[in-house]
Design a protein around this ligand. Structure first.
Ligand code: SF4
Length: 185
């Protein structure tokens, strides 16, 4: 049986498959060794979620673990309103709704659906500027599911020897640049 993929790694893989590979090399070390400042701030933003501080109302599921046997993924949701079917993922600051963000919340929603909940709406919430971004889901679940399955397949079959297009903007700020021979250009 194949191991389950963490939902949090969907976005990391979209950012750069190679950086996720290097991240795994550091798996046994303190995250302080490889988390840069924005990543650390993002984790702090999630502390109140993990400690279930958002609301005491029973209608909210907060920081609950979810999984999908069908897709082979697992992770945590941020906030889910069981009465309205609203799923919310808070991030420190959102400047653009990246494909990786969409895959993350689609994965959360499909896990919830497999667990018997109905997801009606999905929102990404940018904490710094208090902005909300709707992510399509209800009515287009088939498309979301197909995109997710395609991504999971790419992750399962990834090899460091795969061809890769460099992105100088990403590579210039990458904390793994010293490990990555793709930056020797
Ligand atoms: S240096 Fe560039 S290619 Fe290498 S891991 Fe970092 S972002 Fe990816």
């Amino acid at each position: 049986m194949e191991s389950l993929i963490p939902i949090s790694e969907l976005n990391d893989f979209v950012f750069c498959p190679r950086s996720l590979y290097f991240h795994h090399l550091y798996g046994g070390y303190s995250t302080a060794l490889y988390h840069d400042t924005p990543q650390t701030k993002g984790n702090i933003a999630h502390e109140s979620i993990d400690e279930k501080k958002y609301s005491t109302s029973k209608k909210w599921l907060q920081g609950v673990e979810v999984s999908s046997e069908i897709l082979g993924i697992y992770g945590k949701i941020d906030l889910f309103n069981t009465e309205t079917g609203e799923l919310v993922e808070r991030k420190r600051k959102i400047v653009k709704v990246y494909d990786g963000y969409k895959l993350q919340v689609w994965a959360q929603a499909l896990c919830l659906q497999e667990m018997g909940y109905t997801v009606q709406n999905i929102f990404l919430h940018s904490l710094v500027d208090n902005k909300r971004y709707a992510v399509e889901f209800s009515g287009v679940e088939t498309h979301c599911n197909a995109s997710l399955q395609e991504q999971i397949q790419k992750m399962r079959s990834f090899s460091l020897d795969d061809g890769f297009s460099q992105n100088p903007e990403k590579c210039a700020h990458c904390i793994y640049a010293h490990l990555c021979d793709q930056t020797n250009f």
